[in-house]
Write a protein that binds this ligand. Structure first.
Ligand SMILES: Cc1cc2nc3c(=O)[nH]c(=O)nc-3n(C[C@H](O)[C@H](O)[C@H](O)COP(=O)(O)OP(=O)(O)OC[C@H]3O[C@@H](n4cnc5c(N)ncnc54)[C@H](O)[C@@H]3O)c2cc1C
Length: 248
């Protein structure tokens, strides 16, 4: 369920001066490093073997299994392979529907003065470019956005600091949060498909290789959908939503 807040209610409850907002209860936040470590340790406890670092450079199907070549010259075999390569598309699945942009983010020092509601809310301003922010348990503010339609812009160190200043200024203007100089700043390539949906499908020409790629900014939601679709496929079942995410 979600509520529509008009300008007056948005100002009264959150002190934000914008024409309207949608307030929904369906989001959650997590520390991504801890979340990933937790998932890997559960997988390990259930018998998964973790090999890292390994770069896969080639794939071939041999009878009813797959052979994977590694950068170091080794070969791994598996009955089924699932490539979860993020924004790096497999060469056989390069797609014109996928494009790489640049994005920036920062984390402030701990214990920044902030409105009480921010510790219970995640904020996304759907402007162009967008702004998102939340607080962390130690009172840091994590904020980001300022995307540019350029796959290389994130490499520019001067731009990194200019973008961080801009994000900090937007935070101050939107809800009066003063973060001073950030403790950390990042820039990264960011991949998006033209329709906003990821690709969750078989690798073309292979029966035992699958790919899960191109989550855009919605990794938490799409990874769950991908887990359901791929798990169904590996058990010879069909997920009713699978066509939405077919390779295109
Ligand atoms: C700035 C930013 C903010 C975001 N905010 C959110 C958010 O608020 N909410 C949300 O849900 N999502 C968010 N996302 C998206 C989310 O982070 C991603 O969707 C998620 O991390 C994807 O996870 P993954 O494991 O599928 O891929 P990744 O985490 O990208 O991991 C893929 C891995 O595969 C490796 N790899 C690639 N090719 C090969 C190969 N040939 N051999 C071996 N390894 C290979 C890569 O090196 C990488 O380590 C954000 C992303 C960015 C960049």
């Amino acid at each position: 369920a979600c509520d529509y807040l008009d300008q007056a209610e948005l100002m009264q409850r959150f002190g934000i001066d914008r024409s309207a907002a949608i307030l929904s209860g369906a989001s959650a936040s997590a520390n991504p490093g801890q979340l990933t470590a937790g998932l890997l340790s559960v997988a390990q406890a259930r018998g998964a073997e973790i090999a890292s670092p390994v770069e896969i450079t080639d794939l071939a199907e041999t009878g009813d299994s797959a052979a994977l070549a590694t950068r170091e010259g080794g070969v791994l075999t598996a009955e089924q392979v699932v490539f979860c390569t993020g924004y790096e598309f497999l060469p056989v699945m390069e797609s014109r529907a996928h494009r790489i942009t640049s994005t920036w983010a920062l984390a402030s020092r701990p214990r920044i003065a902030r409105p009480d509601w921010l510790d219970r809310s995640l904020v996304w301003e759907a402007s162009e470019p967008y702004l998102y922010f939340r607080s962390a348990r130690d009172g840091r503010i994590i904020a980001g956005g300022e995307d540019m339609d350029d796959p290389e812009a994130y490499r520019d160190p001067a731009r990194l600091h200019a973008k961080a200043r801009r994000i900090a200024l937007k935070l101050r203007n939107l809800c009066g949060i003063e973060i001073g100089s950030p403790a950390y700043v990042w820039a990264a390539p960011f991949g998006n498909t033209s329709d906003g949906l990821p690709i969750i499908d078989r690798v073309p020409g292979f029966s035992c290789a699958h790919a899960v790629m191109g989550f855009g900014g919605n990794g938490i939601t799409f990874s769950m959908i991908a887990a359901q679709i791929i798990a169904a496929r590996l058990s010879d079942k069909r997920d009713p939503d699978e066509e939405l995410f077919a390779f295109r």
